[in-house]
Ligand binder design. Structure first.
Ligand code: DGL
Length: 274
């Protein structure tokens, strides 16, 4: 990969299949408060979870090319499904640092587990790719990994059913097998799931630690920027945040505020490959 050390003041590009990646933006704002961010949510084509790897790779390249056209200095793939299918191909194609959410989540889980039995939940695409299992085994081959797809969680979050009885019911159905498996650490392998932490905690109880990849991804992004001499110096003015959706800005605004509060005041629309 070519090194580009000029232009530290360029923004960081972040993308997700929709609004879920805003949980990663929330952490980036906390860990890297001086950076400008351009966020692209592919709301016209969400969800990526049930789509084929080839389609997700194509979408991910279209979005990354767009972010590169906006002169970003690094890209955060804030979507577990896109990371599983497309990260390696993106890293080979573009000459800026590109980071996904899976490796950071796996690192955090491997540090935290005591019993070496880790659960992973995510979309069907993510779970079928076994990307977390493989990442965990690269770190420690003795870790036992129990995986569970939770395809109904994303629509519940999009609907704002964060504490709805139906969400509790479905969570119990999905998570009970993992509790029975006696995992001690559970990776929230989908950008939407941090919003369901309370519901998930109700089922898993205090003896199972939840890993939110977003937190660790922000820490690793900061380290990657430092390593490439791309970290912006402290500033007195407010960082510039741009939010772009491929579909209705209104829906993005409504749901996005649940993730980021008042940090979102406007949303642009850019259609890609439609
Ligand atoms: N952002 C996706 C992920 O983290 C979840 C939503 C989708 O299926 O596109 O896997």
């Amino acid at each position: 990969m070519l090194e580009r050390t000029e232009g530290v003041n360029r923004p960081i590009g972040v993308f997700d299949s929709g609004i879920g990646g805003l949980t990663v933006v929330r952490e980036l704002l906390r860990v890297l408060p001086h950076e400008d961010i351009i966020y692209f949510g592919d709301t016209a084509r969400v969800p990526y979870g049930p789509k084929s790897p080839e389609t997700v790779v194509r979408y991910s390249h279209e979005i990354t090319s767009f972010l590169m056209s906006q002169d970003v200095k690094a890209v955060v793939v804030a979507c577990n499904t896109a990371t599983a299918h497309a990260l390696a191909s993106l890293q080979k194609t573009y000459n800026v640092p590109i980071i996904g959410v899976i490796e950071p989540g796996a690192i955090a889980a491997s540090k935290l587990t005591r019993t070496k039995h880790v659960g992973v939940i995510g979309t069907n695409g993510l779970v079928n790719s076994h990307a977390y299992r493989d990442a965990l085994h690269r770190l420690d081959s003795t870790i036992v990994v129990s995986e569970q797809a939770c395809p109904l969680f994303v629509p519940f979050v999009e609907e704002g059913w964060l504490d709805h009885p139906a969400t509790h019911l479905v969570a119990a159905e999905y998570l009970s097998p993992l509790v029975d498996d006696q995992i001690d650490t559970l990776v929230l392998g989908c950008t939407h799931y941090p919003l369901l932490k309370d519901v998930i905690n109700d089922i898993t109880g205090p003896s199972i630690s939840l890993i939110d990849s977003a937190e660790e991804t922000a820490v690793q992004t900061s380290a990657l920027l430092s390593q490439h001499h791309l970290k912006r110096a402290e500033r007195t003015d407010k960082p510039r945040l741009r939010f772009i959706a491929s579909d209705s800005p209104q829906q993005f605004l409504n749901v996005g505020r649940r993730f980021l509060g008042s940090s979102i005041d406007s949303v642009e629309t850019v259609g890609l490959g439609l």
